[in-house]
Design a protein around this ligand. Structure first.
Ligand code: G3H
Ligand code: ZN
Length: 284
């Protein structure tokens, strides 16, 4: 079916008390794996492209591939810009066919973050596209965005309330102890803080850096009130481990389909297990 807005998917998640996975995409195999997994699990799904993914694959290719994949299935699929950092980039996505955009102004002072997010939201909302902002700073590395542990800081619930009121965002990414990329040691999530934020904001709450977060912590975050959970690293690992295995076991293989194809199954398994964990299976 045609792409749906991020807001539609997240509102249903809020009402149903579950979370929806937002999985990062960079190429055809990843897109197919995620959308096929969603169809088999009967789960709504959000596919998202970072600026790095857009630079790599091209905005038009990403949109065409995701729309084509969504057309093959009966579950709701949204396409989100992940960690967009400029008004221009967000507008290109709005015009190009994305159905949700994240504008990440978390590196700016509060007022500047509000200003850029509000500017994007005013335009995006006028054409039915939902908007995600970020408050606090999530540590770790994702594509060209790197935040040192010393620069990361948690979301202040009072600021979160103000931020949502001033920007009118549909979703808020919060910093409560997760980080982008691989964890060294077990992440400790601040559920008290999450609850304080949940109590004062009305929009959907987003957990970034969810790869490698233990299942129990994910379940608790959902029960407190998270509706969108971002996963990138675990899919990258499934993809590259699959490719490495084939190349190691069959060093003379030179057919790209036989090298990339099997990793699709590994990615599908990761996505399906996340959908079951998030409670979105059978919710489409
Ligand atoms: O925006 C995307 C993410 O927050 C993904 O984080 O690579 O740690 O799964 P991850
Ligand atoms: Zn992120």
């Amino acid at each position: 079916m045609p792409l749906v807005s991020g807001k539609e998917i997240l509102q249903a998640a809020k009402e149903g008390g579950y979370a929806v996975g937002a999985f990062n995409v960079n190429n055809m195999e990843i897109i197919q794996a995620i959308v096929e997994a969603a169809e088999e699990e009967k789960s709504p799904v959000i596919l998202q492209a970072s600026q790095g993914a857009i630079k790599y694959a091209g905005l038009e290719y990403i949109v065409a591939l995701v729309k084509t994949a969504a057309d093959q299935v009966s579950v709701p699929v949204a396409l989100n810009l992940d960690h967009g950092t400029s008004f221009d980039q967000a507008m290109k996505c709005v015009r190009g066919g994305f159905t949700a955009v994240m504008i990440d102004g978390s590196h700016y002072p509060f007022e500047e973050n509000v200003a850029i997010v509000k500017k994007v939201a005013d335009v995006a909302h006028a054409v039915g596209i939902s908007v995600e902002g970020e408050l606090g700073r999530i540590g770790g590395t994702e594509d060209d965005i790197s935040v040192d542990a010393k620069d990361a800081f948690m979301t202040d619930p009072k600021d979160a309330k103000k931020f949502v009121e001033l920007t009118n965002v549909d979703a808020l990414a919060v910093a409560i102890g997760t980080a982008h990329g691989l964890y060294h040691g077990e992440p400790k999530l601040d559920f008290e803080r999450l609850k304080e934020i949940r109590d004062v904001v009305d929009c959907a709450i987003v957990l970034h850096g969810a790869s490698g977060v233990p299942d129990e912590a994910i379940k608790k975050a959902i029960s407190v009130g998270v509706q969108k959970i971002n996963i990138d690293t675990e899919i990258r690992l499934a993809f590259t481990q699959g490719v490495r295995k084939i190349i190691k076991e069959q060093p003379n293989e030179y057919d790209p389909r036989k090298i990339l194809g099997p990793s699709k199954d590994a990615m599908k398994e990761v996505v399906k297990s996340k959908m079951r964990l998030f409670g979105s299976s059978n919710k489409a």
